[in-house]
Design a protein around this ligand. Structure first.
Ligand SMILES: Cc1cc2nc3c(=O)[nH]c(=O)nc-3n(C[C@H](O)[C@H](O)[C@H](O)COP(=O)(O)OP(=O)(O)OC[C@H]3O[C@@H](n4cnc5c(N)ncnc54)[C@H](O)[C@@H]3O)c2cc1C
Length: 353
C-alpha cells in the first residue's frame, strides 16, 4: 500500500497515477476535506496554452472542475493603466471548496480506488510521499472579497506597483461568481508581514482600485504563504517530497501549481518504476526554475520598473504576446544567466529571494 501524506495538488496527482498503475494507495489529509486550505479562489495555470484539461491529461488526470479562460486584462504599471488582450487565453482554475480542482481530482481518485483518511495529521517520516505544502515563507498573498457588480466578469486586473507589492510583486483582481470580486496583494520576504496593510493602502491610494471597489466593505478574506527552496535532493529518509513540501515553487510570481502536479506524478513514476526521482525533477524543472530565479533577480534589482520597461511599447487595445515581450536568443541567455547568478548569490547569503 502506497502512503501519501497531504491531500493537496501534488499528493492527489501522485495518488491518481499510482491507482491507474494498479497500485493500492491511501492519502492522509489533516483537514476535513481536500482543498480546505483555501477559501474558493481562482489561480492561474501556466503551460496549459489555454487548455487546462489537456495539460492535466498529459499528467494522467481527467478531473471535472470549474475554470474559466480569460483573454483580456486591465494592465496597471506604476504609471499607466490600459486594457490589453493576450494572444493565448489564460486558464483561471478554481481552488478550494466545491467544484475546485482538488475536489475534482479527489472524485477521480476515489473512482480509481484511492482511500482517503481525513483529519489524519501524520508525522513527516511516515509515508512514501510527503506532500504537506509550504514549510517556509518566501512570499505571501492576502486578499479580500468585495461585492461589486461593475467589474467586467470576463477580465482580470494585474498591477505592478512597488509602493504596495514590494519587491517586484503584484496585485490582482479576479471576478468570482455573481457580483463578487477578489482583490489580492502579494509581497516577498522581508515584506510579507505588511501584505494586508499594503493591500488596503493600495485600495485607498490608487484611484483605479478605489473606483472599482467604490466604498464596498470586504465580505471575506483569503491568503497564504509560499516557500521556494530548490533542494539538492528531494528525498529524505527514503521519503519523496513533492510540491511545496520539497520547496518547489516559483520564486518570481508564486505560481506553484505546475511544480506541484508535475512533481507529484514524477514521484509516483519514480516509485513505481524504480527511477531516480532527483534526476527526474531536475530534468523536468531545470529551465523553468532557472528562468523563474533569473526573473526574480531582475524584479528584485529593478523593482516594478522592470514591468514598466517590459510594457513600454504596449498601448490600450493592443494584443500582448508574452513570448515577444520577453528577450529572445543570446540576449535572453546572457540576461538570464547574469541575473540567475546574482539571485542565487543573494539567496545563499541572505536566505530570501
Ligand atoms: C493565495 C494564493 C494564491 C495562489 N495563486 C497561484 C496561482 O495563481 N497559480 C499557481 O500556479 N499557484 C498559485 N499559488 C500556489 C499554489 O496554490 C501552491 O503552490 C500549490 O497548491 C502547492 O501544492 P502542494 O500540493 O505542494 O501543497 P498544498 O496545496 O499546500 O497541500 C498540502 C496539503 O497537505 C495537508 N497537510 C499539511 N500537513 C499535513 C500533515 N502533517 N498530515 C496530513 N496532511 C497535511 C494540508 O492540509 C494540505 O491539504 C497560490 C497560493 C496561494 C496561497
Amino acid at each position: 500500500m502506497r502512503r501519501i501524506i497531504g491531500g493537496g495538488l501534488s499528493g492527489l496527482a501522485a495518488a491518481v497515477n499510482f491507482a491507474k498503475e494498479g497500485e493500492k494507495v491511501e492519502i492522509h489529509e489533516k483537514r476535513e476535506n481536500v482543498g480546505d486550505q483555501f477559501h474558493a479562489n481562482y489561480q492561474v495555470l501556466l503551460d496549459s496554452h489555454g487548455d487546462a484539461p489537456s495539460y492535466l491529461k498529459e499528467w494522467g488526470l481527467k478531473p471535472k472542475f470549474t475554470y474559466k479562460n480569460v483573454k483580456t486584462f486591465l494592465c496597471c504599471t506604476q504609471k499607466r493603466e490600459f486594457t490589453v488582450s493576450m494572444k493565448e487565453a489564460l486558464p483561471l482554475i478554481l481552488r478550494g471548496g466545491d467544484n475546485s480542482l482538488e475536489r475534482g481530482i479527489k472524485d477521480e481518485a476515489e473512482s480509481e480506488g484511492v482511500k482517503f483518511h481525513f483529519k489524519s495529521k501524520q508525522k513527516p517520516k511516515s509515508g512514501d510521499i510527503l506532500a504537506t505544502g509550504s514549510y517556509r515563507t518566501d512570499m505571501a498573498a492576502f486578499g479580500a472579497y468585495y461585492e461589486n457588480s461593475d467589474f467586467p466578469r470576463d477580465q482580470f486586473l494585474y498591477m505592478h506597483d512597488e509602493r504596495f507589492s514590494p519587491r517586484g510583486w503584484y496585485l490582482y483582481i479576479i471576478p468570482m461568481d455573481k457580483d463578487t470580486i477578489k482583490v489580492v496583494n502579494c509581497t516577498s520576504r522581508p515584506h510579507t508581514k505588511n501584505t494586508k496593510k499594503l493591500l488596503f493602502k493600495a485600495i485607498e491610494k490608487r484611484k483605479i482600485l478605489s473606483d472599482i471597489i467604490d466604498g464596498a466593505k470586504p465580505t471575506g478574506t483569503v491568503g497564504g504563504v509560499g516557500g521556494a527552496h530548490f533542494p539538492k535532493s528531494a528525498i529524505e529518509n527514503g521519503i519523496l517530497k513533492t510540491g511545496e513540501a520539497a520547496g518547489f515553487q516559483d520564486p518570481w510570481r508564486g505560481f506553484g501549481m505546475n511544480y506541484a502536479i508535475e512533481s507529484g506524478v514524477l514521484a509516483q513514476r519514480a516509485l513505481s518504476t524504480g527511477g531516480d526521482y532527483d534526476k527526474m525533477w531536475k530534468a523536468q524543472f531545470k529551465d523553468r526554475m532557472k528562468a523563474d530565479i533569473a526573473r526574480r533577480g531582475i524584479f528584485w534589482i529593478f523593482g516594478n520598473r522592470a514591468f514598466e520597461f517590459a510594457m513600454r511599447n504596449v498601448k490600450e487595445g493592443d494584443e500582448v504576446d508574452w513570448g515577444r515581450i520577453n528577450f529572445s536568443g543570446w540576449k535572453k541567455a546572457l540576461l538570464y544567466n547574469s541575473f540567475y547568478s546574482a539571485e542565487m548569490l543573494k539567496k545563499s547569503t541572505m536566505d530570501y529571494w
